[in-house]
Design a protein around this ligand. Structure first.
Ligand code: NAI
Ligand code: MG
Length: 362
């Protein structure tokens, strides 16, 4: 089996963690008779400096023909204030990439790692079993819908966005949520603000309609504010949580607390509903940003990237067993006390990647 990967390191620590992730990917592929065909290209700031655009059309064409796209991280102060013509997706190479690939299903798993227990704010016994999958809608909602802008109204400055979803956007993200629930505990929470907003009333109606196709799954509706409160109190009570682009953004950062460090969190943006056994195109990237404060020092935590690579093996290659192998290797490396400074360790990015690769050895 052959896999075409487009590797976009991006900015700051992005290329550093990507290199670690690719080394792990090559190791796993080599042991499992998989051939990786990796092409490298530029994204966001790195692309701007080279081409004067955050995502070159040729890079996008490569992304469209690849099986999977691996992304390090993007951004940095030198590019943050640049404004280019076009909609919100044109201001950011990663947003444009997600939008152009229509990678609507943002999977953001967050789990408890016993060796990092002390880096979480939870009392013993509260978060031990926490294993949350936040599913964030990535291509619609208030972050993309029109109209949006800033204007003068009756002499006052006025900024506005539009919260909007159509039924197709809601039903496909709900289907993704139910399919994930089916592969996990069967429980799914949909977080909305249907008490006060029309777009969420539609969201809730469509969620109930889709639930009819999954009679064996247990759907609970929660208002997003209460959901945040309950997650902070009792994270282990949750499994799949599905939300719109905005609510999913907030709740995935909140869920991240159970992992002990931002650097531990992987993500996948899938272009289709992850039915069991399917091979789906996706963008795989750690949740963290480009961390300009530590870039170039070789101390970035690569686990988020490595766990994103593990998700690629599950969802694009269709091999959940390889995801488990990588996760178990990560767990053993953490238990051995190997880690970067952000999780209390003294090791470099490269040392951590080497340790994971050693643990993967037969
Ligand atoms: P950040 O995630 O880059 O950094 C926040 C803090 O966490 C920093 O102290 C950083 O050193 C630390 N950190 C992050 N990842 C780490 C890792 N792997 N290992 C060790 N420490 C790590 O967020 P920040 O500082 O708000 O944003 C920096 C830039 O990144 C901005 O330009 C922002 O727009 C961009 N950004 C990009 C994202 C992406 O590429 N998906 C996501 C979030 C921010
Ligand atoms: Mg966020």
């Amino acid at each position: 089996q052959k896999l075409d990967i487009l590797a976009l390191g991006g900015d700051g620590i992005g290329p550093e963690v990507l290199e670690a992730g690719l080394a792990v990917a090559e190791t796993v592929a080599g042991r499992n008779d998989l051939q990786l065909n990796v092409q490298h290209d530029l994204l966001h700031g790195a692309a701007w400096d080279q081409h004067g655009t955050f995502l070159h059309d040729e890079t996008l064409a490569r992304a469209k023909s690849a099986d999977a796209v691996l992304v390090g991280a993007v951004g940095g102060p030198q590019w943050d204030d640049i404004r280019v013509d076009g909609g919100p997706e044109m201001q950011d190479g990663l947003m444009r990439l997600r939008h152009a690939l229509d990678s609507f299903a943002g999977l953001r798993p967050a789990r408890f790692w016993a060796p990092l227990a002390e880096r979480t704010p939870f009392r013993p016994g509260v978060a031990e079993d926490a294993d949350i999958m936040v599913l964030r809608e990535m291509c619609g909602g208030v972050m993309f819908a029109q109209p949006r802008g800033q204007t003068l109204r009756d002499g006052v400055r006025y900024g506005y966005d539009t919260a909007a979803y159509d039924d197709r956007e809601v039903s496909r993200i709900m289907r993704a949520g139910f399919e994930l629930a089916r592969q996990r505990s069967g429980r799914i929470v949909s977080a909305d603000k249907a008490n006060v907003m029309e777009s969420y009333k539609l969201w809730r109606q469509v969620a109930d309609e889709v639930a009819g196709e999954f009679p064996d799954m247990a759907l609970t509706h929660m208002y997003a504010d209460n959901c945040a409160y309950q997650m902070a109190r009792d994270p282990a009570a949750f499994d799949v949580i599905v939300g719109c682009n905005l609510i999913g953004d907030f709740l995935s950062d909140l869920a991240a607390v159970v992992s002990g460090s931002l650097g531990m969190l992987p993500s996948a943006c899938l272009c289709d509903v992850p039915v069991v056994g399917a091979r789906i195109k996706g963008i795989y990237e750690p949740v963290h940003g480009s961390a300009p404060d530590i870039a170039g020092q070789g101390i970035a935590n690569p686990f988020g990237m490595i766990l994103s690579v593990a998700m690629m093996f599950r969802y694009t290659v269709g091999r959940p067993d390889l995801q488990s192998q990588i996760e178990q290797a990560v767990e053993r490396v953490l238990s051995a006390g190997i880690g970067t400074p952000d999780i209390g360790g003294t090791h470099a990015t490269q040392d951590v990647a080497d340790a994971v690769i050693r643990e993967l050895a037969p």
